[in-house]
Design a protein around this ligand. Structure first.
Ligand code: ADP
Ligand code: MG
Length: 248
């Protein structure tokens, strides 16, 4: 049984059927890629896992618990973290502060201000944050304002903000979008290293080089339906996949 089980999920926006009977079984420790042409429903599906959207019908189970009908911060506390298509960081704060913030207790989705007063824990949290910035290659920049980072570094910072939460499941929506080839390769290496911690990952990705470098399993979504599923080598030669891309 997978760590994330999606059954018969349907989601419409008005007359548009964005997801049609989607089933997904994500194995623990896997890097599960979801690929497909623009508008296939990939982001919509991910939004259903983090409480940003509610499916019309179907179920989403994480570790045996339903993720439907619980608030985004509760999903987060259950061990699901997400890297957004556009990094969500605190631009006016330093990198180290950005990474420390997610470790403070959250209530109703907002960070509690008095958490800053917990000085006894601050040194420990800071040390942990420094380690993670080192892991993602941002140790030298830890006192800089997040605003001043390049696009690639902002994505690395956001990844660090996820990792500090020690998630069980990490959702990545196009983690290399807009990156140079060199930055993309660095990100692939980084995600491989994170894999060694046993975090299960779901990666939405357009770049086939990234998909085939990372994924242990691939689901292909086209027009809201999973049209193919399997190991990378199976997907590579699947005529339905090629058709979906050329036709999309
Ligand atoms: P992908 O991430 O695979 O490119 P999306 O999940 O973003 O695709 O979108 C799937 C379809 O649903 C598209 O046709 C898109 O225009 C539509 N869609 C997505 N979000 C909304 C929304 N909030 N309201 C209306 N239509 C939406
Ligand atoms: Mg998308």
């Amino acid at each position: 049984m997978g760590i994330l089980q999606v059954q018969d999920v349907n989601k419409s926006f008005g007359g548009l059927k964005a997801l049609h009977n989607v089933n997904l079984d994500v194995e623990e420790g896997a890097v599960h890629a979801i690929i497909g042409p623009n508008g296939a429903g990939k982001s919509t599906l991910l939004n259903c896992f983090v409480g940003r959207l509610k499916p019309d019908t179907g179920s989403v189970m994480f570790n045996g618990t339903s993720l439907l009908g619980i608030a985004p911060h509760e999903i987060n506390q259950a061990g699901v973290a997400r890297v957004f298509q556009t990094p969500e960081i605190f631009g006016d704060l330093s990198l180290i502060e950005n990474v420390m913030i997610p470790t403070f207790a959250k209530r109703d989705g907002a960070y509690t201000v008095n958490a800053w007063g917990r000085i006894d824990q601050a040194a420990e949290i800071r040390e942990k944050a420094e380690h993670i910035l080192e892991d993602v290659g941002l140790a030298e920049k830890q006192e800089m304002h997040a605003n001043s980072l390049s696009r690639g570094d902002k994505r690395r910072l956001e990844l660090a903000m996820c990792l500090v939460q020690e998630p069980k499941l990490l959702l990545l929506d196009e983690p290399t979008a807009g990156m140079s080839r060199a930055d993309t390769n660095n990100t692939i290496d980084l995600l491989k290293r994170i894999g060694e911690r046993g975090i299960t990952k779901i990666v939405i990705e357009h770049d086939m080089h990234v998909v085939f470098s990372l994924a242990s399993k691939i689901s292909v979504l086209a027009q809201g339906t999973v049209i193919a599923e399997g190991a990378p080598e199976e997907i590579k030669g699947d005529p339905r996949v090629q058709e979906a891309y050329l036709g999309g």
